[in-house]
Design a protein around this ligand. Structure first.
Ligand SMILES: Cc1cc2nc3c(=O)[nH]c(=O)nc-3n(C[C@H](O)[C@H](O)[C@H](O)COP(=O)(O)OP(=O)(O)OC[C@H]3O[C@@H](n4cnc5c(N)ncnc54)[C@H](O)[C@@H]3O)c2cc1C
Length: 399
C-alpha cells in the first residue's frame, strides 16, 4: 500500500531524523524496512539479540504505515475461516495473547491507548438472520457475546450489533515515533533512514547486503519487513485494491464519543471510526486495481467519486441536523492474502532470511504475533503457530 494522494490524518508531526549509512557494518540481525512490522519485530528481537540494525529506504513510518492504522482488533472473521475448530481456538489464543502483549509494549514505550466499544452495522433489513447467526457463532467459538440493538448513539443505521469485547485504539504515528526512539535509547538497535538495500546475498552462515550508496551490511540473520515490496522477494498470491479514506472536520457533538463501526456486509473492508477529538474516519470503497487506473484522468475522476460516495454514506448514517463535509481524503494501494492472515516465515532458498508482512491489514497485532515468532525463529526454533502464517500455507491448512 502506498499513499496515492491526499493528506494523512495520523501522521506524526514531531518526527525524529535518523542518519543514513556511511560505513560498512556487521550486525547480528538486520531488518529491512522501517514501518510498523519492522519496529514491532525489532522490539521483540532486541530484547534477546545484540546488534539489531533497521534500514529504511525512505523515512521511518513512510510506507504503508503512513496510511491509517489506529485499531488493534482481533480479526475474528479471518480466524473463523479456518477449517478446523481446534485451529480456530488456537489462533484465537495466539491473538488474545498478542493483544495483552501489545498493551504491555504500549505502557513500556509510553503510548496512550483506549479500549472502546465496537459495533457492526448494516442498512439491509434482510440481514437480521445473518447478524444473529454471526453473534451465535462468535459467542460459541470465542465466548465473545454480542446483542442486536436498535440504535447506536448518533447513528441512523437499520440493524446493529454491539459486541461485548472492546477494541484497542491508538495513534499509529505516535506509536511509530515512540517505538523508534525507545529502541534507540533502551535497546541495542541502530536505525538508518534514506538507505536502500539494493542487493541481498544469503550465504551459508551470513547474509551480505549492499546499499544504494555502495556500503555493505553483513548480518547473521535478515528480516524482510518491506511491506508491499516484499512481493519482489517472495511468491505469494495477493489481491490488490485501491482503498479510500475520508476524515471529517471535528464534529462538536461527537467529541469524546469514541467508537468503531464495521459494515457487516463489507467483510471488514469498510469501517467508521469516531475519534475522541470529534473527527470521524470512514474507510472503504475498495476497488480492485485494474489497467484503466493507469490513466490519470480516469483515476482522478474515480477518486473524486469514491470520496463523494463515502461522505454521502457517512452523512446518511450520521444522525446530524447539518451536512458534514470532508476534511481530508486519501487513497492507498493495499493487498490482501487469501485468508487475510499475515505472512511470517523463513524464506525458502534464502538461508538466514525471514519475512513478516501483513500487507494492508491488522499490522499492529500481526506485528506482535510475528515479532514473537521471529524472536525464536532466528535461533532455529519454530513455535507451532507459525503454520498459520507460512508462505504456501494453503496446502498446510487444507484450503
Ligand atoms: C486505510 C487503511 C487503514 C488501516 N487501518 C489499520 C488499522 O486500523 N490497524 C492495523 O493494524 N492496520 C491497519 N492498516 C494496515 C496497515 O496500515 C499496514 O498493513 C501496515 O502499516 C504495513 O506496515 P509494514 O511495516 O508491514 O509495511 P510498510 O509500512 O510499508 O513498511 C515497509 C517499509 O520498507 C521500506 N522498504 C521497502 N524496500 C526496502 C529496501 N529495499 N530497503 C530499505 N527499505 C525498504 C519501505 O520504504 C517502507 O517504509 C490499514 C491500512 C489502510 C490502507
Amino acid at each position: 500500500m502506498k499513499i496515492v494522494n491526499g493528506n494523512v490524518f495520523f501522521k506524526q508531526k514531531n518526527k525524529e531524523v535518523y542518519p543514513y549509512l556511511v560505513e560498512n557494518r556487521t550486525c547480528n540481525i538486520c531488518i529491512i524496512g522501517g514501518g510498523l512490522s519492522s519496529l514491532i519485530t525489532a522490539y521483540f528481537l532486541s530484547k534477546k539479540e545484540k546488534d539489531v540494525i533497521i534500514v529504511e529506504k525512505n523515512i521511518i513510518g513512510y510506507g504503508q504505515s503512513l496510511g491509517a492504522c489506529s485499531i488493534a482488533d482481533i480479526d475474528l472473521n479471518a480466524i473463523t475461516k479456518l477449517k478446523k475448530r481446534e485451529d480456530i481456538m488456537k489462533l484465537y489464543e495466539v491473538y488474545k495473547e498478542a493483544r495483552s502483549d501489545l498493551k504491555k509494549m504500549l505502557d513500556e514505550i509510553g503510548v496512550k491507548y483506549n479500549e472502546i466499544d465496537k459495533y457492526s452495522y448494516t442498512n439491509k433489513i434482510m440481514q437480521k438472520g445473518n447478524m444473529q447467526k454471526n453473534i451465535n457463532l462468535k459467542s460459541q467459538l470465542f465466548n465473545v457475546g454480542g446483542e442486536l440493538i436498535d440504535k447506536i448513539e448518533g447513528v441512523d443505521s437499520v440493524l446493529n450489533i454491539k459486541w461485548e469485547d472492546k477494541t484497542i485504539v491508538l495513534n499509529p504515528g505516535e506509536m511509530i515515533q515512540k517505538l523508534a526512539k525507545y529502541l534507540l535509547e533502551k535497546q541495542n538497535v541502530t536505525i538508518y533512514e534514506n538507505t536502500e538495500i539494493v542487493n541481498v546475498d544469503p550465504q551459508y552462515e551470513i547474509v551480505k547486503m549492499v546499499t544504494n550508496n555502495n556500503f555493505f551490511i553483513t548480518a547473521n540473520k535478515v528480516v524482510y519487513a518491506t511491506g508491499m515490496d516484499v512481493l519482489k522477494t517472495i511468491d505469494v498470491n495477493v489481491m490488490t485494491y485501491q482503498k479510500y479514506t475520508v476524515v471529517t472536520e471535528k464534529i462538536k457533538e461527537n467529541v469524546g464519543k469514541e467508537k468503531v463501526m464495521c459494515n457487516f456486509n463489507a467483510d471488514g473492508g469498510e469501517y467508521i471510526q469516531f475519534l475522541n477529538s470529534g473527527n470521524t474516519v470512514i474507510t472503504g470503497e475498495d476497488t480492485k486495481i485494474n489497467m484503466k487506473m493507469l490513466d490519470e484522468n480516469y483515476k482522478e475522476s474515480m477518486d473524486t467519486s469514491k470520496y463523494t460516495k463515502l461522505i454521502v454514506q457517512l452523512n446518511k448514517l450520521l444522525d446530524m441536523s447539518e451536512y458534514i463535509d470532508k476534511g481530508m481524503c486519501y487513497s492507498t494501494i493495499y493487498a490482501k492474502t487469501f485468508d487475510m492472515l499475515p505472512i511470517i516465515d523463513e524464506i525458502e532458498c534464502m538461508p538466514n532470511c525471514f519475512v513478516i508482512c501483513s500487507f494492508g491489514h491488522g499490522t499492529i497485532l500481526n506485528g506482535i504475533v510475528g515479532g514473537k515468532i521471529l524472536r525464536n525463529a532466528v535461533n532455529g526454533l519454530f513455535t507451532k503457530e507459525v503454520r498459520f502464517f507460512r508462505i504456501g500455507r494453503e496446502a498446510c491448512i487444507g484450503k
